[in-house]
Ligand binder design. Sequence first.
Ligand code: UDP
Ligand code: MG
Length: 326
Amino acid sequence: MKNAKSLTIAIVAPCYNEAEVLPTSIPRLMSLVDDLVSKHACSPDSFVVLVDDGSKDGTWDQIAHASQKFPNVLRGLRLSRNAGHQNALVAGLTYVTGKCDAVISIDADLQDDLNALPLMIEEHRAGAEIVLGVKASRADDPFMKTLTAIAFYKGMKWMGVDLVENHADCRLMSARALLNLSKFPEYVLFLRGLQPLLHGRISTVKYDLAPRLAGKSKYGLKKMLGLALNGITSFSTTPLRLISWTGALVFVVSLLFAVAALGKALSGETLPGWASITVPLYLLGGLIMLSIGVTGEYVGKIYMEVKHRPRFLIDEVAHIESRLDE
Ligand code: UDP
Ligand code: MG
């Protein structure tokens, strides 16, 4: 392991319509790197990559401007469209692969505690290939977000998926972990679920989550549900198995019904029959639709994976020649 002051650390932050927050975040990130360098926690070659995930506000202008102002420390990547948080993050991680000893990913709104970064680097120096930032409390999260997050983590655990609770996407990944990530060609990436597969030496650092510096959350209910669904369908086939079990159960119950009905018919007690026909009809109809829906989710995933489309396309790299190009 290199000594701390020769470790090149890359910090990657995806930005989607973050024009309100960047005027505060960029200077903070610049002074963070300065601070880490002056405390010999990383090498002076360490740098920040801001990935513009197809923003429609002034985000790119600010990133481009900052990359001119800090050519040795800041680099901007502009994606061709809004590819989504996970893909924007992968774009940044792919870009820094081979250019650093470790990368730390954080959100552009700096809700993650920057004081946790030196601790992450220490953990890495102590041997961890992956260090996960874990929220100590969700006190500042809206009620619905806390509730859905708890349900998600509990549900994932029940389905046998090994996730670290309250870890979002603030983490350190070593060059080795990054290289391992590049061997996962799957289109639908759920980064936090992949971490245990990338390397066994994982540790965690806890911190309190700050409120957003400015602007609004870019993770609406739709994006959140999409992420949760991707997480489930990328890592677990339990929902499919659940369908089989439910189907088996319904089959057994229907069989009992049939035997009972046959018995009654043979003994001459024929029923008027309305309820016994319509109730199972609705019930089974609903169940079949639900089962097709869940199966469809997985078929949809196979369809996306088979096409093997690029997860993101880089449109532009904002930089002027600097030592980052060496
Ligand atoms: N983000 C992104 N693409 C998107 C949505 C979000 O790159 O389509 C970025 C966003 O700019 C931020 C991070 O992902 O840096 C987390 O988003 P946000 O802070 O809005 O989520 P929250 O903290 O509310 O869950
Ligand atoms: Mg946030």
